[in-house]
Structure formats: structure tokens, C-alpha cells
Design a protein around this ligand. Structure first.
Ligand code: LLP
Length: 387
């Protein structure tokens, strides 16, 4: 493994997101096998990773896509994902987007609210509409990525959905639920599905989109058990003629790492700081959610000490890990930040005038392929008007 990363660093430089085709395919198969006996459309949540080359691998395995904005649609287009396999999500859709996506032939829309239905869909045809219902269930995940409680901005209440169904039932194809992300326990998924299925039976709704949210193991938690999930969910899903899901993290996160380099090892009276090339600009999850990502020094030379791994940006929140035990690295050592394939590059930004990393794929035969060039600083100012 170490050799591959050294080769990538030599050839393409750092920081670089590195993905493994073999893991990506394995994870995608794990998702598909859960639903193998159902009439099922697997979709990939493009927000987790929008690299068209990776999306194409999933497309070749039968995946469609869950998208929010026009940029995510473009990623699908580059990947060859056809519009009849695309689901449009979001709690703030515009009329302009509606016309754009309609003209592109996108098939499915998850309608987030009664207000959205009235503004955009009451009088329009052309999409299959799924009502996103909020089942008021606590997924017990980080509050920022929890979406299925009444207090959250997502979805409509059951009674609002009933109002729409009573009046416009023939326009509605199905229900959508997505209760949050990084959920490692099966029971919230089951509870939500059971609740919605009661409503579906009442109104003879025969299609369901069960969203995403499957949790992975970042630290001590155990990954969502997909075999158990299958045993629990499939008997309920058999009530439906058609099932969609939207998975991002479970497929992408373990397939990618961020490869970066040590700039400096700094000691204060309090602490040891390992300053690396990447911070909250390249992987924002630790800063934003307090998320834990395991870090490995590729060629450890020194004993293990307690330290912080921080980025080079002007914020104290700019860290990748705090108080972890790691063999003390040296200047120019390579480190990898693990489980960074989901919500890593897609949330990267240009804070402090920095550029986004390159992306490289390690193919199944071991070949190394650049799948996104490192951003150039000129791109940062492409849209600026100077006079
Ligand atoms: N469907 C909908 C409607 C969603 O909002 C999401 C994620 C997904 C599917 C995919 O969820 P997944 O399978 O990836 O859990 N940036 C955060 C995660 C935000 C999730 C947003 N919605 C993070 O880095 O943890």
C-alpha cells in the first residue's frame, strides 16, 4: 500500500484524494444485494462525491443518481447516467430549475413540502412526484446531519401529505423518506419505514424512495449491518411495487483517502502540532461536525506520541484530528486521512486562497489514473472582473 501512495505523490503531487476501484465496487454490490429480490432502482447520492469517473463506475453497475443542483446533473451527464434514472431532491427548488430539469427529461422528484407542491407541481405534469414525509424519528446521529425529526427543515408532516393525497392523489407516485446520515442502527430505518407504510397502505401508494443514511465505521462504532437491514427491511418493502434508494457515504467513504504531506512539526509548551498541507479546505468534516478520521503515517520512524494534526489555515478550527496517538512524523512525511471518499472533495473549498486537491483512482489491476486535475490558482479568479 505504502508504495502506491508514494508513487502517486511522486507522479501527481499532494494533497490528492485517492480512491480504490475495488473497494468502490465492493461497497456498491453490498448495497445492491440488500434489494436483490425487489423491483429496485439504486441511486448514488452525488453530493457525497461528484467525480464523473467514479459515478460512471457505479452507472455501469446499474446505479442512477440522486441530485440537488444543476452541477450535480452535469456530473451525471459526464458519467453517462441517463435522466430516467435521476432523482431530484432539495427543500428549495426554483421554477428555473424545474424547467431545466424537465427539459432534460429527469424522471423523479422528491417534493419536500406542501408549499413546494402548491408552487411548483399542482398544475404541472412531467415528473413522477414522491412526497417527502417527515416521520419524526430520531436517527441518533450528529444534529447537523439528522433530518427526520419534526424540528428539521426537511419533509412534510403526515397530515400535510394526506391533504395533498386527498386532493391530488392521482398526481403522486410515491413517498420519500430520508431521516439522516451516518446512522449505524437499524431501528430508526425500520420505524420510519413502518410509519410511512401505514400511510402508503391507506392511500394505495405503491412506490417508495427510502433515502440513504447508512453508517460506516469511522472509529469505534460498528458499521450498519446490511444483512440485518435486509432481513428487517425487505419484508416491509415487499408491500411496494417499486423501491428507490439514495446512498452516498456507505459506498464512497471507505473507498477513498486524502493523501497529504507534513509541512512542519511544531511544539508548544502545551502541545505537539503536526501541520499538514490540508485542513478544513480539503476535508471539512472534523472542523464542521467534530468528525473523527483515522490518520496513518505511511513510513513511521519515531515512537508514538499524543498530538494534533492541523491544517495551515487561519482558524483554530482548522484541524484534522485532535489529541490522537501517532508515531511522530517528520517534515515531508506522507500521511493518509482515511474514510475520506464521501463528503471530502465534494465539500472542499478555496478558503485562504488555496486550491482543491487532485483526484486519483487506483484501478482493479493496480493501474493509477488521474481522474481530476489539481485546481489551478488561476481558476480561483476566472469569474472576477478587474476593471
Ligand atoms: N438522500 C438525501 C435526500 C440526502 O439529503 C442525503 C444526504 C442522502 C440521500 C445521502 O445520504 P448518505 O447515504 O450519504 O448518508 N456532509 C455530511 C453529510 C450530509 C448528508 C446530506 N444528505 C457529512 O459529511 O457527514
Amino acid at each position: 500500500m505504502k508504495e502506491i501512495f508514494e508513487k502517486i505523490a511522486m507522479k501527481f503531487g499532494t494533497p490528492t484524494y485517492v480512491y480504490f476501484e475495488e473497494i468502490l465496487e465492493k461497497r456498491a454490490l453490498m448495497v445492491k444485494q440488500v434489494f436483490e429480490n425487489l423491483n429496485f432502482l439504486p441511486t448514488v447520492a452525488v453530493k457525497a462525491n461528484n467525480n464523473p469517473y467514479l459515478l460512471k463506475i457505479l452507472k455501469d453497475m446499474g446505479f442512477g443518481a440522486d441530485i440537488l443542483g444543476e452541477g450535480e446533473f452535469l456530473a451525471c451527464k459526464f458519467a453517462g447516467i441517463t435522466p430516467e434514472k435521476i432523482v431530484w431532491n432539495g427543500n428549495g427548488k426554483s421554477k428555473k430549475q424545474r424547467e431545466f430539469f424537465l427539459s432534460k427529461g429527469i424522471k423523479y422528484v422528491n417534493v419536500d413540502s406542501k408549499e413546494e407542491f402548491e408552487l411548483l407541481w399542482k398544475e404541472k405534469e412531467g415528473f413522477e412526484l414522491f412526497l417527502r414525509v417527515n416521520p419524526d424519528i430520531d436517527p441518533k446521529t450528529h444534529p447537523y446531519i439528522s433530518t427526520g425529526l419534526k424540528k428539521h427543515k426537511f419533509g412534510m408532516s403526515f397530515s400535510q401529505a394526506e391533504e395533498i393525497l386527498e386532493k391530488y392523489g392521482r398526481k403522486i407516485s410515491g413517498f420519500h423518506i430520508h431521516i439522516g446520515s451516518q446512522i449505524n442502527d437499524i431501528s430508526p430505518f425500520k420505524e420510519a419505514l413502518e410509519k410511512v407504510t401505514l400511510l402508503a397502505k391507506k392511500y394505495n401508494v405503491r412506490s417508495i424512495n427510502i433515502g440513504g443514511g447508512w453508517g460506516i465505521r469511522y472509529k469505534d462504532e460498528s458499521e450498519l449491518n446490511v444483512d440485518e437491514l435486509k432481513k428487517t427491511m425487505v419484508p416491509i418493502l415487499k408491500n411496494y411495487e417499486f423501491v428507490i434508494n439514495e446512498i452516498g457515504r456507505f459506498i464512497f467513504a471507505p473507498s477513498g483517502v486524502l493523501l497529504t504531506k507534513v509541512l512542519l512539526v511544531k511544539r508548544t509548551e502545551e502541545k505537539t502540532f503536526v501541520v499538514v498541507e490540508s485542513g478544513m479546505n480539503h476535508l471539512i468534516r472534523p472542523a464542521l461536525y467534530g468528525a473523527f478520521h483515522e490518520i496513518e503515517v505511511l513510513d513511521p520512524k519515531n515512537p508514538v506520541v499524543k498530538l494534533d494534526v492541523v491544517g495551515p489555515l487561519c482558524e483554530s478550527g482548522d484541524f484534522l484530528a485532535e489529541n490522537i496517538n501517532l508515531p511522530l512524523p517528520e517534515v515531508d512525511d506522507l500521511v493518509i486521512i482515511k474514510n475520506a471518499g464521501a463528503y471530502g472533495f465534494s465539500m472542499a473549498n478555496n478558503y485562504n486562497g488555496t486550491t482543491k486537491p487532485a483526484e486519483v483512482l487506483v484501478k482493479k489491476d493496480g493501474a493509477i489514473k488521474l481522474i481530476r486535475k489539481r485546481q489551478s490558482i488561476n481558476e480561483l479568479f476566472d469569474s472576477c472582473i478587474l476593471d
